[in-house]
Write a protein that binds this ligand. Structure first.
Ligand SMILES: Cc1cc2nc3c(=O)[nH]c(=O)nc-3n(C[C@H](O)[C@H](O)[C@H](O)COP(=O)(O)O)c2cc1C
Length: 437
């Protein structure tokens, strides 16, 4: 589904506000987005039709509610779980291996691109400056497409991109990210890494590109399997890559070996400005776009922030994968506000303390939770979706010897409640009270 078709669905559902008066991409749009998202129940999607100094329109708050998230994937929650289970439970006992196999089998079609125009320069793209101390404007929903120079496997990642010059973009992918691995391989060979920034493709790719998928799992295949929508690709003009044919804007370019640049300050999800002085520098080689293209944006910063809503989908995926891989895990919750640090609460089935210790050792080795800043394990007699209950139980069982420091954070083992001594309602009395009501 093209971004435009998704927006049309939102229009048909009276879920978009059109803003026809002129707005400025410098601070003003971000402030309006934040206000809309903070309004009751996540607000509406926004389409800014008259952005100062450009013909490009800006779409925001595209996945700010659970309903819009699921609409983006054209599934309800039950169907989404069914599709994830179908992928991770077929084949081996390892959910990641099964997911990779399922996603990498999706067929790809080569079609003519829908972005036929080439009038825009970087200056015409109304990337947002969202907070007063930010120096440069940022693309917050551009998807970075790269291909491994060693294996030819492609990666799609959602990383912030600062527009720092007429042909220059600072691409902030973290060490260990998919794009970083490809760049390292290219640099070892002394070759430039071809890159395409995909702006406004099928909205299901926003999730696929930011989801904690296993290495070498095709993000395109994942989105196609979830949505039943085929992957249609077109060759680039100036780089040896093929990318989605229905995007709004494509920025082609390359990162030359060793070229780095300073980036920031950027107002990030910790609520603080961050800077980086070794950010990979992308040199733009071509820009193509549709007529009157639409730039999708999300405003990063302290909560409440729309993009942490993607956490709900990530949590759902990881819950299914971990429950399949580790039968001792009964449930998993990743509190929305801490999702970007992989913080999780895990409910563990009745088992021995040795089994729990073994489970912890195995979890540290997983790619999904191995880099978590905080893992809390509790017994499965409480509802961990009630964060107060998890907090209550954790503090009650907290002892220094139950806390393990890892390379990335802490693991708190708050399991081991004596299930025989749990205080519960007497059933006979409870029934009597019910009758009195
Ligand atoms: C709005 C948003 C902005 C993000 N910005 C960055 C970023 O600048 N750098 C980064 O490494 N990851 C960022 N992430 C997280 C990555 O998208 C996520 O870790 C993804 O799995 C990376 O894909 P990869 O493993 O293929 O590299 C962001 C996520 C979201 C939702």
């Amino acid at each position: 589904m093209a971004l435009r078709a998704y927006l049309q669905q939102l229009f048909d559902n009276n879920d978009v506000k059109r803003i026809r008066s002129e707005v400025n991409s410098d601070l003003e749009i971000a402030a309006m987005c934040r206000r809309e998202f903070a309004s009751e129940s996540g607000g509406h999607a926004l389409l800014f039709e008259a952005v100062k100094g450009t013909s490009v329109r800006v779409a925001a708050n595209l996945f700010g509610t659970k309903e819009r998230l699921l609409r983006m994937l054209e599934v309800d929650e039950g169907l989404l779980i069914k599709k994830i289970r179908a992928m991770i439970q077929s084949g081996t006992q390892n959910s990641a291996a099964n997911l990779v196999a399922a996603c990498n089998k999706a067929s790809e079609y080569s079609v003519a691109p829908e972005y036929q125009q080439s009038d825009l320069t970087l200056k015409d793209i109304p990337a947002l400056r969202s907070w007063p101390e930010e120096k440069d404007p940022y693309l917050s929903l551009a998807l970075t497409h790269t291909v491994s120079p060693a294996t030819g496997v492609c990666n799609l990642g959602l990383y912030r991109a600062a527009l720092i010059g007429n042909q220059d973009i600072a691409l902030n992918f973290a060490a260990g990210s998919g794009a970083d691995c490809h760049l390292q391989l290219a640099e070892e060979r002394g070759e430039p890494l071809p890159v395409v920034l995909i702006i406004g493709p099928d909205p299901a790719l926003f999730w696929a590109a930011s989801a904690p998928l296993p290495t070498d799992c095709s993000e395109y295949g994942f989105a196609a399997e979830i949505t039943d929508r085929p992957v249609s690709l077109s060759p680039c003009l100036t780089q040896p890559l093929s990318v989605p044919a229905n995007a709004e804007i494509l920025i082609e370019g390359e990162i030359r070996a060793g070229e780095r640049v300073s980036e920031g300050p950027f107002g990030n999800h910790t609520g603080q400005y961050v800077e980086r002085n070794d950010c990979p520098l992308m040199k733009v080689t071509a820009i193509r776009h549709r007529a009157q293209p639409i730039l999708p944006v999300t405003v990063v910063g302290p909560p409440p922030s729309e993009n942490i809503r993607l956490a709900y989908l990530n949590e759902l995926l990881l819950r299914e994968m971990l429950c399949y891989d580790f039968p001792l895990i009964a449930d998993l919750v990743m509190p929305e506000m801490t999702i970007f640090h992989g913080a999780a609460i895990i409910a563990v089935r009745d088992c021995s303390s040795e089994d729990v210790a073994d489970l912890i050792q195995q979890l540290i080795k997983t790619t999904s939770l191995g880099r978590s800043r905080l893992l809390v394990l509790v017994d499965d007699d409480i509802n961990i979706h009630d964060l107060n209950m998890s907090w209550w139980r954790t503090v009650n069982l907290l002892r220094p010897e139950r806390v393990t420091a890892t390379a990335k954070g802490l693991i708190i083992n708050a399991t081991g409640i004596d299930r025989e001594r749990l205080v519960t309602e007497d059933r006979v009395t409870a029934r009597r009270v019910d009758r009195c009501q």
